[in-house]
Design a protein around this ligand. Structure first.
Ligand code: WT7
Length: 645
């Protein structure tokens, strides 16, 4: 019986001092395999690995802990049952503060996951299947994710803000055969009709045979006989059949754990693939060390499980470490802009992890929403998703942390699986606007356009990582070549992040933003090509070009230059039509903030749009546009400048 070993394991890889950090960092570079083997020794393996690391960035072919057998949910649930069975695993705060919150202990969460794993199997799901999850932020979302992992099915969570078309694209790309959704979801004053949107998507998805629907809003929905079943009924069935326990499926270290779609420079989102062992080790290791979580702490990450932050730092990382993770269904401004602080006060939150966009929006609402809240439980603050500006950093530090909580500005990506560059709370120094130092095990490098390493300090360049780490992506689903071209071909023998970066005199890293055609809107990545494709689907559009521009709350806003085939009779109405079209094609998150109608776009003689110029104009810079002599028709620039919106 593995139970004894499972529960006797103690997690022991916490870096506690700066000396520990330096030593760990050095070892991770000198003896990476020994370093990562020691960390992995803290997990529960059905069988240990034969080889820690096998890698070749040119294919790429990256394998961690090859030969090992495990199930991540045994590490997130079963192993905690003996010592922490009665400790809250998930605390759930509903959208409506009047509704009762819920607490699931490790014992209860384990049981729910087992029941739902059995329900999935009863509905024909099996190891290797791809399952799409489109749900609101309720505990059942975490249960669904973990139940998929338990049976060895690959989950593909789609954020609740995506449109039917986006869901369909993702379901079809991964040929999912099962969908887990809910009738609807509450977000602020809104009631999101998730099942209706899913129904619209499924018209285009022949691979989907079963849809499991959770009741949340109890709004009227269609339920198709033979295809759609209620979550609650399936749980009851499993209970009646006495299926309260579930023997987790044995997975190979490199079996796929999940797919998560993210935007890139092309029009089509990429299905980033993470695998079982490496992802587990890295999510837990980074969670523990960055946040310095201590037993009994309440940890609150405000992200949605539909994004990587929610995967790694609401579900897998905290649960692997036996933490108490708080899940919030709603939005920071409902019922008012004090909601986060109410939650911190109510549950005595010790670690708060949120995004600069939320901080900026709450900052704008004023201190009245903060002043009567007891925030004294807070020990550590985190930031993620985009560069945090100095003003927001200072506000967060002074008014939330009361200058008493280290702020960990965590830089990472969907592809990296976990945090790569960040202070370790209270251990390594912080510096406003800097993600500071790499975690032990991470080897950043700055390169110039030609891929030459930029040595020394006080320099800037493109950020790459020159050695593998366990949490990195392995492929893009169904298209390995795309993974190679996107991440491993720009500069040979390194992983290219797509970010620009500077390194200060002390070796601290500051991420300056994307160097590709990707916009970061409220901490979410949106490809300009994707938005252009959606705009171009509007009936009267001939061509469009989309760029980012600085936005006070969102970090970056979406600025679209659009050529119509006829003059709009009512320009504002046409703007709204275009916005609606984008919403329909991608989702509300990709709506342009500004649309300027133009008669021509600045193009080179070879027909390439000069985005540099469009970016400058969108930013409000109309004087120093740089060299425009290579333009086919320089006069279009004048016209665009004069009609800026
Ligand atoms: C991109 C990744 C990682 C979870 C959320 C976003 C930007 C992320 C920071 C930070 C400056 C940051 C980068 C990165 N980014 N964190 N602390 N400072 N920029 O995940 O959607 O995969 O986006 O977000 O540009 O490449 P994502």
């Amino acid at each position: 019986m593995p139970t004894k070993t499972i529960q006797n394991l103690k997690m022991n890889f916490q870096i506690k001092t700066i000396a520990d950090y330096n030593q760990a960092y050095k070892q991770s570079v000198d003896q990476p395999e020994a370093f990562w083997a020691d960390i992995a020794d803290n997990f529960y393996w059905r069988k240990k690995w034969d080889k820690v690391l096998n890698w070749d960035f040119s294919s790429p072919n990256i394998k961690w802990y090859e030969g090992a057998k495990l199930n991540i949910t045994e590490n997130c649930l079963d192993r905690h049952l003996q010592d922490k069975g009665n400790q809250p695993a998930i605390i759930w705060e509903p959208n409506d503060p009047e509704e009762h919150h819920r607490v699931l202990t490790y014992t209860q969460l384990h049981q729910q996951v087992c029941l739902f794993a059995n329900a999935l199997k009863n509905n024909g799901a099996k190891k290797g299947d791809r399952i799409c999850i489109y749900m609101p932020m309720v505990p059942e979302l975490a249960i669904a994710v973990l139940a998929c992992a338990r049976i060895g099915a690959i989950h593909s969570v789609v954020f609740g803000g995506f449109s039917a078309q986006s869901i369909a694209d993702r379901i079809n790309d991964a040929t999912c055969n099962l969908v887990i959704t809910a009738d609807g979801g509450f977000r602020g004053a809104k009631d999101i009709p998730l099942k209706n949107v899913m129904d619209d998507a499924l018209v285009q998805c022949p691979s989907v045979k079963k849809v499991i629907v959770l009741t949340r809003t109890r709004s009227p929905i269609s339920m198709i006989k033979g295809r759609d079943v209620w979550w609650e009924d399936e749980i009851k069935k499993a209970e009646t059949l006495g299926m309260h326990s579930h023997q987790a499926e044995e997975m190979d270290a490199e079996d796929e754990l999940f797919i998560l779609y993210t935007s890139g420079s092309t029009g089509k989102p990429k299905g980033v693939v993470h695998t079982c062992a490496g992802y587990m080790v890295y999510a837990a290791y980074s969670f523990q060390n960055v946040f310095q979580y201590q037993a009994g702490d309440t940890y609150f990450c405000t992200a949605d499980i539909g994004w990587i932050t929610g995967h790694s730092y609401i579900v897998y990382g905290p649960l692997a470490m036996g933490a108490t993770t708080l899940m919030f269904e709603g939005v920071p401004t409902y019922p008012d802009a004090g909601r986060f602080w109410d939650i911190v006060d109510k549950y005595k939150v010790n670690v708060l992890y949120t995004a600069p966009t939320a901080i900026r929006s709450l900052m704008q609402s004023g201190l009245d929403f903060v002043k009567d809240k007891d925030l004294s439980s807070l020990k550590t603050l985190g930031s993620v998703g985009e560069p945090i500006n100095e003003e927001a950093w200072n506000w967060y530090n002074e008014n939330i942390g009361k200058r008493n909580c280290p702020i960990v500005d965590t830089w990472w990506q969907t592809e990296t699986g976990g945090i790569l560059i960040s202070p370790l709370a209270g251990i390594t120094p912080t510096k406003p606007c800097f993600a500071t130092l790499p975690l032990p095990g991470i080897q950043p490098i700055l390169v110039d356009e030609k891929g030459e390493e930029i040595l020394g300090n006080g320099v800037s360049g493109n950020l790459c990582i020159k050695f593998p780490w366990p949490g990195m992506l392995r492929t893009t689903y169904g298209d390995h070549e795309r993974c190679r071209i996107n991440y491993f071909a720009t500069y040979p023998n390194m992983y290219f992040t797509g970010d620009g970066c500077m390194r200060d005199e002390d070796g601290n890293y500051r991420i300056t933003g994307r160097v590709d055609d990707v916009i970061n809107v409220s901490g979410h990545r949106i490809g300009t090509a994707e938005v252009e494709n959606a705009i171009n689907m509007f009936t009267d559009v001939v061509e469009s070009a989309v760029v980012g521009y600085p936005h006070a709350i969102k970090g970056q806003g979406i600025y679209a230059y659009v050529i119509l085939n006829k003059q709009a009779i009512d320009a504002n109405l046409t703007r709204q039509d275009i916005t609606m079209t984008v919403s329909r094609i991608i989702g509300a998150i990709a709506k342009p903030d500004k649309i300027q109608f133009v008669t021509g776009l600045p193009k080179t003689r070879s027909g390439k749009i000069m985005r540099r110029i469009l970016r400058k104009i969108a930013e409000g810079e109309t004087e120093n546009l740089g060299d425009t002599s290579t333009l086919l028709d320089p006069s279009v620039v004048e016209a665009i400048k004069n009609e800026r919106v």
